[in-house]
Ligand binder design. Sequence first.
Ligand SMILES: C=CC1=C(C)c2cc3[nH]c(cc4nc(cc5[nH]c(cc1n2)c(C)c5CCC(=O)O)C(CCC(=O)O)=C4C)c(C)c3C=C
Ligand SMILES: [Fe+2]
Length: 319
Amino acid sequence: MIGILLVNTGSPKTCKREDVKFFIRAMLSDPYVMTVADWFRPVLVNGIILPFRQFPSTRHYEMIWDMSCDDSPLLHHAKKLAEKLEQQTEIPVEVAMRYGEPSVQAAFERLLAKESRLHEVIVLPLFPQYAESSYKTVVDHVGQVFYKRPYPFRLKFVEPYFDHPAYISSLAERIKPYIGEGFDKLVFTFHSLPLSHVEEGWNKGKDFDYVYQTKETIRLLIKALAIDPRKTRLVYHSAMGSKWLKPDLDDTIKELAGAGTNKVIVVAPGFAADNLETLYDINIKARELFQKEGGTDFSFVPCLNHEDYWVESVIKIIT
Ligand SMILES: C=CC1=C(C)c2cc3[nH]c(cc4nc(cc5[nH]c(cc1n2)c(C)c5CCC(=O)O)C(CCC(=O)O)=C4C)c(C)c3C=C
Ligand SMILES: [Fe+2]
């Protein structure tokens, strides 16, 4: 018998400051995310980043949190996707997060409670493009949890699906209604990365090359949408320093508004589900910036979340 485990980055338990601080600390204590000397990481995180970042981050989480829902947007969408996948496939499906809860161990236990004869768990890290700070850290963490106990099943990891036809067609379906009435620029934005991470992946080859994979996703998407590539931009958002991947979303948005570009559509194909980075950084911050610079028509395309066609595509990606 087979089970499926969906894994994403994670979120704070609530949007209260203590929970946000706890989550950011967990994330930034990961050597795959903060690639500095081990002795320096706690100094940097606890002494320099957290004392400042916890306040704006909490405000941003408060702005995007649906108070009628117990979970963060990211976790809410992951649970809904799992529910729909389970219904559709009649295979047990669980969700785990790299940082915080639900933990990988608890998800394994829940899968076994649903099906004691499990012999294989298919692990889908919900990241289309490879990055050590997203895909690799999830694979590493799930492996570490797995080897701590004698679980009666084996693991099968799904590779980054940046060029999978089912992913591309779901994205195209998501974007089509937004471009249907005409547009001036379609901006594809991906999470930025430190240049050192980018260079390391690039040296290892295409399977580890984040920039290659973002470009390939966009090339295939432009083809699937049959749009003019000159009406698109590839940018990166949420950089935490100057030596991060560019062009930057905010700079591009300002430039487009300044140049009188009327109808701008922004989509973030690198995220499987809406989260702080899409709901705040794009839908609130970039939108405000566009309007402040004189732009009028800004549309944000939500992530694939738990759309029915995405459920169908996930089945194709994992089989
Ligand atoms: C594509 C996926 C992601 C990559 C790659 C990634 C790299 C990365 N992130 C940080 C630092 C932070 N990320 C934070 C939130 C966050 N990150 C991702 C995804 C990727 N990160 C998501 C989906 C989220 C949001 C989770 C949610 O609850 O909605 C945060 C915390 C929030 C904040 O203060 O901005 C930090 C910090 C680094 C340093 C990094 C690569 C080195
Ligand atoms: Fe992040």
